[in-house]
Design a protein around this ligand. Structure first.
Ligand SMILES: *Cc1c(COP(=O)(O)O)cnc(C)c1O
Length: 361
């Protein structure tokens, strides 16, 4: 084929984009997959059959409902969105982050979040040509409120993203600190509750109390990662504007039908979540007993550990050789140096991981 000259690439692709590496997802093959915060459980067979019946009637030849009305109404109830607040849906919450950035981007518009935090905030800020500032967390991964309030003054952020619980650290930040950040923020504050199902605590009841607070949720960590469905709740005036940058039909017809179906069987998903929370405690207690590592408490469906200095890469690779895929955060550096993140799997998967891990540390 023809070769594109490097000159042309450099002329037309923005330097910030050229400097990025695409979001890397390793191929798990047959490995035990404890790297991506997925729910490890399937549905009961009867429920799968019922779901197939629903899918039989989906008209793939038609465009989906552009505003996904039925699903939206269902999610308002299940996600306990207060009266008076609106919601919009995204193709995963990642798409919502992108819509927010697109709508708020412009000359000298900045994005603020914390480090370590969810990597997509920084990446999407770059896509939207916005400058990103990540305020370091304290050593124990709590919020450095003073530093954040300072940086709000300094950078006048259009949007502040706070994951609650935080990924990849797993902790819930101090609620009062977040409230003071919302009060000080000149623009919007997105509280990203991707792990709400495992944490309980929520800012959802407060969306009517702050005109700049929006709460984001996803069904991904609840057992529906394959559907790609997230939602943003808050003041209708903001959402009305964000909705304008949404591509029509962003929630496909199979996702709409399947999510509506799954929400009717929320008890099954809730029971799986409950099981994962119990297994998180078991895994946490087992890890706690190991010498030479530090285990961080978690309110999510994963646990962060810090291993002996310089050992994380080796441990990660040896686990991989033994068929267990976790997430190596050591390459991210900073407070994540020597850190590994383990998604809570089934009890069998967790114990296979533990058996292999014990011999490596
Ligand atoms: C997983 C995750 C998301 C992405 O969720 P999707 O709905 O699957 O796009 C968003 N925020 C945080 C903090 C996450 O960990």
């Amino acid at each position: 084929g023809l070769t594109v000259s490097q000159d042309k690439i450099e002329k037309w692709i923005r330097p910030e984009i050229r400097a990025l590496s695409a979001y890397h997802v390793p191929d798990p093959g047959e490995m035990i997959k404890l790297d991506a915060m997925e729910n490890p459980y399937h549905w009961p067979e009867e429920m799968i059959n019922e779901w197939f019946d629903v899918l039989k009637n989906v008209e793939l030849n038609r465009y989906p409902d552009p505003s996904a009305k039925k699903l939206t109404e269902q999610l308002r109830i299940d996600m306990e969105v207060p009266q008076g607040a609106d919601i919009i849906l995204g193709n995963g919450s990642d798409e919502l982050i992108k819509m927010i950035a697109l709508a708020l981007s412009g000359k000298e518009r900045t994005v603020l979040s914390v480090e370590p935090g969810f990597v997509m905030y920084r990446m999407i800020a770059t896509f939207a040509d916005m400058e990103y500032f990540g305020v370091p967390l304290n050593e124990d991964f709590s919020l450095n409120e003073t530093a954040i309030l300072n940086d709000i003054e300094l950078y006048n952020p259009a949007v502040i993203f706070i994951a609650y619980p935080n990924n990849p650290t797993g902790n819930l930040f101090d609620e009062e600190s977040i409230k003071r950040i919302i009060e000080a923020a000149p623009g919007v504050v997105i509280v990203d509750e991707a792990y709400h199902a495992f944490a309980g605590n929520s800012f959802m009841p407060l969306v009517n109390e702050y005109d700049n607070l929006l709460v984001m949720r996803t069904v991904s960590k609840m057992g529906l990662a394959g559907l790609r469905l997230g939602l943003l709740a808050g003041n209708p005036k903001w959402l009305h504007e964000f909705d304008k940058v949404r591509l029509p039909y962003n929630i496909n017809i199979l996702t709409q039908a399947s999510a509506e179906f799954a929400m009717k069987h929320l008890d099954v998903l809730d029971q799986q979540t409950q099981q994962i929370c119990e297994d998180r405690e078991t895994l946490f207690n087992e890890l706690k007993q190991l010498d030479g590592i530090h285990v961080f408490p978690s309110k999510a469906n994963f646990i962060l550990v810090r291993v002996a200095e310089g050992q994380a890469d080796t441990i990660f690779n040896k686990l991989k050789e033994q068929g267990v895929l976790i997430k190596n955060l050591n390459p991210a550096g900073g407070l994540l140096k020597d850190c590994l993140r383990i998604t809570v799997g089934t009890p069998e998967e967790n114990s296979k991981f533990l058996t292999a891990f014990r011999k490596l540390i």
